[in-house]
Design a protein around this ligand. Structure first.
Ligand code: ZN
Length: 402
């Protein structure tokens, strides 16, 4: 009896050790904010949530003194962190803090430059070398060249002019330019991003920089440059790695730019790469295609199995959220026959389950009527004998025959 007790205690201790280990391997992350011409009160907690959601990072938010405050009091110990995320566009830091940050990156620290953080510190040479490209803040030809794609050619353009602009906010296609980079590997070559500012005319030193993805700034959409502008970049500085995303203009609650699964996923992958030089995260099932924007209103990934199981108990009065997920998924699979066929099988399973509500079955029949194949026909035929579903089943079969 005593021996068994001891064994139990030893097992408990080992299990305990394992679970602590798991916590210790998450990368300590510092999100710096507190001054920005953007709604940093909204964006920084969302950045934290997006990163921590992966289980890879444990983030804390540090708020700088207010504008024209005493910056000498802002002295983070960067060496405690594996990743520093900048959601900051404001006053210069103290020289001591600048030097500490440069040392941190030179020694291999990871950095994420998020949206307007590339507007910051126009006169800080080392910072601009870390961001690669920046905008506004009186940037001009002295800041470095414009870098963009034109007719599928990478262009380094030293012509005179201001840096930084964007047209009207809109949805736009993001195009992967380097497909074998750890951050972009497995992502579709084109995907539709949720409504956002399309940063354009960025210029900077652009040293040790790779442009992973671009977006075409169509002048028809207002203020466009007719160039493919950099959206996602990587930069190396000393031993440090920097991931730079120009996307994610924050509205209250984040809005579609931050809720976009494309933004979320590239941020999570870019952050991991900045820390380790590698990406272990899988591309999520709900990553958008060029056919439609996919949003996660609460920034959490939900599995398709969960969605379908939730739809099974679907109550139209309560929530349409899961059904919206399903519709987004179907849209994002346009042209992917295998993906659509797998999804159809899962949908048919829910459709044929006795526990699925009539309301949910009606909605599933409507979707299957246009995206289904021969596979779903037998189950739908059976539903013709159900008084509540007869009309919908007949309608679906008629459409499927076409
Ligand atoms: Zn913005």
């Amino acid at each position: 009896m005593k021996k068994q007790y001891l064994l139990l205690i030893i097992t408990a201790v080992i299990l305990g050790l394992f679970s602590t280990c798991k916590n210790e391997t998450s990368y300590k992350t510092l999100i710096i904010t507190g001054q920005n011409n953007h709604n940093w009160q909204a964006s920084s907690p969302i950045l934290k949530q997006i990163l921590d959601e992966t289980g890879l990072f444990s983030s804390e938010i540090m708020i700088t003194p207010k504008t024209r405050g005493d910056m000498k009091t802002f002295n983070p110990d960067f060496s405690k962190y594996r990743l520093v995320v900048l959601d900051y566009n404001g006053d210069s830091w103290s020289e001591k803090t600048n030097n500490a940050f440069v040392d941190y990156v030179k020694n291999g620290g990871g950095v994420v430059i998020y949206h307007a953080a590339d507007n910051s510190f126009p006169a800080w040479k080392e910072y601009n070398e870390m961001t690669g490209l920046g905008g506004w803040g009186d940037r001009n030809q002295k800041s470095g060249p414009y870098v963009y794609y034109k007719n599928d050619q990478l262009v380094t353009d030293t012509s005179a002019g201001t840096g930084g602009t964007h047209g009207k906010r809109r949805e736009f296609i993001v195009r992967t330019r380097i497909t074998d980079h750890p951050i972009t590997k497995g992502l579709p070559s084109r995907w539709l991003h949720g409504t956002d500012e399309l940063y354009s005319l960025l210029r900077g030193p652009a040293k040790n920089m790779q442009i992973l993805a671009t977006a075409f700034a169509d002048s028809a959409a207002g203020g466009g440059t007719m160039r493919d502008e950099p959206m996602l970049m990587t930069i190396t500085y000393g031993k440090g790695r920097i991931f730079h995303t120009t996307m994610g203009h924050a509205d209250e609650g984040g809005g579609p730019s931050m809720q976009c699964v494309g933004f979320i996923t590239t941020l999570q992958r870019g952050a991991e790469w900045a820390v380790t030089g590698n990406v272990t995260q899988k591309v999520p099932w709900d990553f958008p295609s060029a056919a439609g924007v996919v949003l996660r209103p609460d920034f959490k990934e939900i599995t398709m199995d969960q969605v379908l199981s939730n739809i099974g108990g679907y109550d139209i009065v309560k929530s349409t959220k899961n059904f919206t997920y399903l519709q987004q998924k179907i849209r994002s699979l346009a042209g992917d026959e295998q993906g659509l066929s797998d999804l159809e099988k899962s949908m048919v399973k829910v459709l044929s389950s006795k526990r699925t509500t009539v309301e949910a079955k009606k909605l599933l029949l409507r979707e299957l009527s246009w995206m289904g194949s021969d596979y779903c026909v037998p189950v739908i035929k059976e539903l013709e004998s159900n008084v509540d579903l007869k009309d919908e089943a007949e309608f679906a079969l008629a459409r499927l025959k076409k």
